[in-house]
Every structure is written in structure tokens, then in C-alpha cells.
Design a protein around this ligand. Structure first.
Ligand code: ZN
Ligand code: ZN
Length: 94
């Protein structure tokens, strides 16, 4: 059993040209990985630049830290809304 597993993984490593371009419609495969550091996706030589694949990594208004902050503020907003809703309901009831 163990031996079979090892053989399988070794076989997978021998696979070449598996770095398919992520750009829709592009079927190019590269021998080496050309990962965009903005969106962490793999592209061919022609599409590796952020401008060439309409990169979603760079130029996004929200960074990871900004996104976390946004989520926090959204949550805070939701809690406030829930709180107000509860207060209003109580007023209506009482
Ligand atoms: Zn491509
Ligand atoms: Zn990109």
C-alpha cells in the first residue's frame, strides 16, 4: 500500500507542462511556473504581467488588512443594527 502511494506521487512529479495559463481562452503551458505576485495565479510568458491578464491582485482598493478592517466595521455595524432592532422591538412591545 505504502509503496503504491510513493510511486504515484513520484509519477506526478514527472508530469511536465502542467503550468497552464490561467487567462481564459489561453491554452499555453509553460515548463516553469510564472506566478503573478499580485494574484498568485499561473500564467504563460505572454500573460504573466498583471496588465496582460486583467490582474485582480493589484489595484484592488482593499488590501488584506483593509479587508479585515472592513469586515470588522461591517460586523460592528451589524451588531449596532441588531441592537437597535432589539431596542425598537422592545419599545413596540412595552
Ligand atoms: Zn496565456
Ligand atoms: Zn495577476
Amino acid at each position: 500500500m505504502d509503496r503504491d502511494c510513493k510511486q504515484d506521487s513520484a509519477h506526478q512529479k514527472q508530469k511536465i507542462f502542467s503550468n497552464k495559463c490561467f487567462k481564459p481562452g489561453c491554452k499555453a503551458r509553460e515548463m516553469m511556473k510564472l506566478v503573478c505576485d499580485q494574484c498568485q495565479r499561473n500564467f504563460c510568458v505572454r500573460h504573466r504581467h498583471p496588465l496582460d491578464h486583467a490582474c485582480e491582485g493589484e489595484g484592488r482598493p482593499i488590501s488584506k488588512a483593509g479587508y479585515a478592517a472592513l469586515m470588522r466595521s461591517l460586523e460592528a455595524q451589524k451588531i449596532t443594527q441588531d441592537y437597535q432592532f432589539l431596542q425598537n422591538r422592545c419599545k413596540a412591545k412595552c
